[in-house]
Ligand binder design. Structure first.
Ligand SMILES: Nc1nc2c(ncn2[C@@H]2O[C@H](COP(=O)(O)OP(=O)(O)OP(=O)(O)O)[C@@H](O)[C@H]2O)c(=O)[nH]1
Ligand SMILES: [Mg+2]
Length: 325
């Protein structure tokens, strides 16, 4: 284990890949390495990018990584569930697009499937980002599809969150109204080589300047950046906005506040996961699970009482053994 820790800290790529695979499986050996690495994290800017399928997030992330490489910065990329129904098989496309980046020692790309994550997707994505951070990446770019709970949880663990849209998607302003605006620090209208891009950018600016949903006391007005990810147009402007946001967080003490918020969410998530797992395991082992479910189904017991019993049994297990004597 110590060996893996040292190798990750030295930026050894095969060690990074190994630890990430262990983490994805919730393997105790991987968790031990991650725990040893955790104190060595906190330096990288974590940038979460989300948006509807096919708007060009992967293309944009690739261009951003290229931009950072030109500035001699190291960039880690985590792409969550890169195969959306729309562009199916995008993982291969991502590999091709990332082309020479894939062999650049200053870039590390990791794809994660959103299914079959025993420890929860958001927790594992954050842990993989920790590994990249510990390995010395200056920026960790986290791409996730959509605007659902999981996607929000993933990008919510970033210092800077970017909402990417494209003309012809239709739902963007709706998504903003649904509360995404509070989360997005930077808005990107990609595919601005296509019709409808200026209108979308104008609509977004209007929503932001209207400011109804954006809290005025933060002092940060999310910029709307227009990009063409396929050519790289607008990518320097996006990178500049990401730098401005980082500087703004650092200057106003917002960096610590945000880091604490992220820490709080991570602990809460870990706690919920742990309690749920303990409750499930206990109930399954003792046969209580099947009995309680049957009782609730037959209306002999209400769901809240059943949950209270399961929680009590789980709490029993979580309690440390009483001191002897
Ligand atoms: N015209 C145009 N096409 C673009 C632009 N950016 C990306 N594309 C194309 O849009 C398609 C989808 O791009 P991706 O980068 O895979 O999009 P994505 O948002 O990562 O997609 P998912 O991960 O599947 O949600 C690809 O064919 C890109 O070449 C752009 O700025 N203009
Ligand atoms: Mg993608």
């Amino acid at each position: 284990m110590d060996d893996l820790v040292q190798r990750v800290l030295a930026g050894d790529r095969s060690a990074l890949a190994r630890v990430m695979t262990l983490l994805e499986r919730d393997d105790p050996a991987g968790i031990a390495v991650w725990q040893a690495l955790y104190p060595r994290t906190g330096r990288a800017q974590r940038i979460g990018l989300t948006g509807p399928p096919g708007v060009g997030k992967s293309t944009l992330v690739t261009q951003l990584a290229r931009h950072y490489r030109q500035q001699d910065q190291m960039a880690g990329i985590v792409a969550v569930d890169p195969t959306s129904p729309l562009t199916g098989g995008a993982l291969l496309g991502d590999r091709v697009r990332m082309g020479q980046l894939a062999t650049d020692p200053g870039v590390f790309v990791r794809s994660m499937a959103s299914r079959g994550q025993p420890g929860g997707l958001a927790a594992q994505t954050a842990a993989v980002a920790d590994v990249l951070d510990a390995a010395g990446m200056d920026r960790v770019l986290i791409e996730t599809v959509g605007v659902g709970q999981e996607a929000l949880a993933v990008v919510g663990a970033a210092h800077t969150t970017v909402l990417v849209g494209a003309p012809g998607q239709g739902d963007e302003v709706q998504a903003l109204k649904a509360g995404l605006l509070e989360l997005a620090d930077v808005l990107v209208v990609n595919q601005s080589d296509r019709d409808g891009a200026p209108a979308l950018a104008a609509a977004w600016r209007w929503v932001i300047e209207d400011g109804a949903s954006h809290s005025p006391d933060t002092g940060w007005q999310p910029p709307v950046i227009e990009t063409v990810a396929t050519t790289g147009e607008g990518v320097p402007a996006l990178a500049a906005a990401l730098d401005r946001h980082r500087a703004w967080l650092a200057d106003g003490g917002g960096w610590e506040r945000r880091t604490e918020r992220i820490a709080g969410e991570r602990v809460l998530r870990a706690l919920a996961h742990r309690l749920l797992e303990t409750a499930r395991r206990r109930a399954a082992a003792s046969g209580t699970w099947d009995r309680l479910i049957a009782d609730v189904a037959a209306r002999r017991l209400d769901p809240a009482t059943a949950a209270a019993r399961l929680a009590a049994a789980a709490a029993d297990e979580e309690r440390p053994p009483a001191p002897a004597g």
